[in-house]
Write a protein that binds this ligand. Structure first.
Ligand code: X2W
Length: 291
């Protein structure tokens, strides 16, 4: 372990311990997670905003999990980075229902940006002495969502776990970009929340965590909402004028996902510095969404 990593890991542990109700909790969760098949531990979806603004906390939190013998499966987006690079190339942003309309010219940039962001996270983890594997293809077999409306945007038809399993066998954190590929080999832009949902449905992991810039779903005052029970609160929540476009899509996505999972499943939305707290304490962190 190098010095920077050593200090970071210790800081994470201190933060974690000070936030815990009892030291017993951490060992209970650790034991439970260690008994799971590696594929069943956790899928962590990382938004592009987190890669941009909170890379250090993200890296230390993920490396910490590896230090205690756990391997999360990471899938990431690159939304803000794509906005920036596409705009710099003079491509005007157009979305339909929260999805980016992607021309062939835009796709070239989308691919480049996804590869760069993926490598940025993998290299940051490796600089922390964590083992991480870059996976930018071969997981999501996709088809055109609706070529006339969205262009080169995919919907996932099949998830191939082989690259992920190979990474897990080596104890290496799979870091997956949400690019899809048709059976004919055409690369497609896939929304990272959609791709994460497909991955979760196949893996059925114990923990499903979305890491966002906001650290949870926010109420009208901008405060993180502790928990949401979709079976009683969904309609009410969606009727609120302060639920913005991005949050609306996220809640719909999570509802759609939870409807397809066992009743006991839940989704946590939090931020990187609180990932350990979410995983190892009864109280958790951010917003817990159940149905
Ligand atoms: C997304 C992929 C990136 C993404 C896009 O082009 O923005 C579509 O909309 P975040 O940071 O997780 O939002 N794809 C089709 O989802 O990134």
């Amino acid at each position: 372990m190098n010095d920077a990593r050593d200090i970071q890991t210790r800081q994470t542990i201190v933060r974690l311990l000070s936030s815990m109700a009892s030291a017993k909790e951490i060992s209970q969760y650790l034991k439970r997670f260690s008994q799971l098949d590696a594929k069943r531990f956790a899928v962590v979806k990382v938004g592009g905003a987190v890669l941009r603004d909170d890379l250090e906390a993200l890296t230390s939190s993920l490396a910490f999990l590896q230090d205690v013998g756990l391997t999360p499966i990471v899938i990431h987006g690159a939304g803000p980075q794509l906005d920036e690079e596409l705009s710099a190339a003079g491509i005007v942003k157009k979305t339909v229902d929260g999805l980016r309309v992607t021309s062939p010219e835009a796709l070239a940039i989308v691919r480049r940006v996804f590869h760069a962001q993926n490598l940025k996270l993998v290299e940051a983890l490796q600089a922390f002495d964590a083992r991480a594997t870059s996976i930018v293809s071969g997981v999501f077999e996709a088809d055109y969502l609706d070529r006339d409306t969205y262009g080169l945007v995919g919907e996932v038809k099949k998830v191939d776990l082989a690259p992920i399993e190979a990474s897990l066998r080596a104890g290496s954190i799979p870091v997956i970009a949400s690019l899809g590929e048709t059976a004919g080999g055409q690369i497609l832009n896939v929304n990272a929340d959609f791709a994460a949902n497909e991955l979760v449905q196949v893996l059925q992991p114990y923990k499903i965590v979305f890491l966002t810039g906001t650290g949870g779903l926010l109420d009208d005052q901008g405060r993180v909402i502790d928990s949401i029970n979709l079976s009683t609160e969904y309609e009410h929540l969606m009727a609120q004028p302060w639920i913005n476009g991005g949050m609306r899509v996220k809640i719909e996505q999570i509802k759609d996902l939870l409807d397809k999972l066992p009743l006991t499943s839940s989704v946590s939305i939090t931020k990187p510095s609180e990932l350990a707290k979410e995983l190892f304490t009864h109280k958790g962190s951010g917003t817990l969404v159940r149905r």
